[in-house]
Each structure stands twice: as structure tokens, then as C-alpha cells.
Design a protein around this ligand. Structure first.
Ligand SMILES: N[C@@H](CCC(=O)N[C@@H](CS)C(=O)NCC(=O)O)C(=O)O
Length: 215
């Protein structure tokens, strides 16, 4: 069966979709779209949005719909309980993460920014949606401290390096992409429990971290 997943490497929603293939050991061909390619995704799902799963010429968007589709194939793997404290924690990390992540992703040598036009498109888009990157970078230390505090809180919730609640669950699908995004920010301190989880989940889900790009 021809099966492709269209992604951007920086995209945390794409990481969710990538994870389910890795966790279930199902091979998938990854195709990184240029960030300014509007026509491709619009042709596939009617809007400029990734991830997109292509199966035999049919297209499915929305990360969690892709996760559900692949999880429904053969033996399920996301069988563990969820923890409301993990969801609450994810609600708090979003804003400071987004601020520090965007300007670093925009400057990184990622394949979706392989052309100058694609990188400029991203910067224009995100600065319009958030704040000028120059402004964000000025208050960086405050947000870094906030994130490091939240990571210390998370450490107490990590039950095992193999799965945040001990057994794989949807919480892992939501949590790992956040930790991967954080790995592009220099100065982030992952407490030992969180670091062990981040490393183990990267291997288990077959999604590399961004540590080499940290700035
Ligand atoms: N609800 C969607 C959200 C996906 C999403 O926001 N994708 C971003 C990339 S992280 C996107 O494609 N945005 C359009 C753009 O970057 O131009 C999902 O879960 O798949």
C-alpha cells in the first residue's frame, strides 16, 4: 500500500502522527513540504495544513484523526490510562513554549525552510500571528525560567521513562511533541525523570530530537 505522511519537521502536530507509526512499528514514508507550498496541501485536504496522511490516493488531515486511524489497525498500543494533571500541565506550557520555539525554528536548518522564500513565508506568517521575533527574544530569560519551573513540576508526574503514566496512552502522544519542541531552546533544563522519558520516547516512537539545533 502506498502510504505517505506530509509534514514539516518543526510541527508538533506532525510529531503526533509520526509517533503512532513508530510506536506500532508501521513503516511510513515521510514527505517534508516546503513551508510556502500552499497549493499542495490545499489540493489534498482543502486547506494549508499538515500533517496529511495519503493512502492509495486518499488524504486524511488532522493529527489525532491520523493517530486514531493507525491505532485502529491491528493491536492497539495506546491502552493506558490518561492523567488529567498531564493535560493541565500541557495547557500551561503552550504560551511560553510557543514564544521561545518560533524564532528558533524559523532560524534552524530544517527541510521545510530549504528555500529562502519558504523561510520568509514562515517568519511573515508567525510574526503576524504572534509578535515580532526581535521583541520575543528580548524577554527570553523570563519565559525560559517559567518553562524550567514547569519542567520541574512535570518531573513528579513521569511514572516511567517508557510512558508518562506507566503504560502508553494518548497523554504520550500529546506530551512528547512538546518536549521535542523544547529541545531546540538552549538553556532548557530537563530534570532527570523528564530527560529519561524524552530520550526513551524518541527511540520508542522513532522521532529524533532537535538538540543539535538548540540555540
Ligand atoms: N488541528 C491540526 C493542527 C495542525 C497545525 O496547526 N499544523 C500547522 C503546522 S504546526 C500548519 O500546518 N499550519 C499552517 C502553516 O504553517 O502555514 C492538527 O491537529 O493536525
Amino acid at each position: 500500500m502506498t502510504r505517505r505522511l506530509y509534514i514539516y519537521d518543526h510541527c508538533p502536530f506532525c510529531v503526533k502522527a509520526r509517533m503512532i507509526f513508530g510506536l506500532k512499528r508501521i513503516p511510513i514514508e515521510l514527505v517534508v513540504l516546503l513551508n510556502d507550498d500552499e497549493a499542495g496541501p490545499v489540493r489534498m485536504v482543502g486547506k494549508k495544513m499538515v500533517p496529511i496522511l495519503e493512502e492509495e490516493g486518499r488524504y486524511l488531515g488532522e493529527s489525532m484523526d491520523i493517530v486514531a486511524r493507525i491505532e485502529g489497525e491491528g493491536e492497539p498500543v495506546l491502552t493506558g490510562p490518561t492523567n488529567p494533571a498531564v493535560s493541565a500541565w500541557l495547557g500551561k506550557i503552550g504560551a511560553p513554549l510557543y514564544r521561545l520555539f518560533l524564532p528558533r525554528a524559523a532560524a534552524a536548518p530544517l527541510p521545510e525552510f530549504a528555500t529562502t522564500a519558504a523561510r520568509a513565508y514562515f517568519i511573515r506568517n508567525k510574526e503576524n500571528a504572534a509578535h515580532p521575533f526581535g521583541e520575543i527574544l528580548k524577554d527570553g530569560a523570563v519565559f525560559l525560567e517559567e518553562i524550567n519551573g514547569l519542567l520541574r513540576e512535570l518531573a513528579g508526574m513521569v511514572r516511567s521513562a517508557e510512558a508518562v503514566n506507566g503504560v502508553l496512552s494518548v497523554d504520550d502522544i500529546h506530551l512528547f511533541p512538546v518536549l521535542r519542541s523544547l529541545s531546540i531552546i538552549r538553556g532548557i533544563v530537563f530534570p532527570p525523570e523528564v530527560e529519561a522519558y524524552r530520550q526513551a520516547m524518541s527511540v520508542r516512537a522513532n522521532v529524533g530530537l532537535l538538540d543539535d539545533l538548540a540555540a
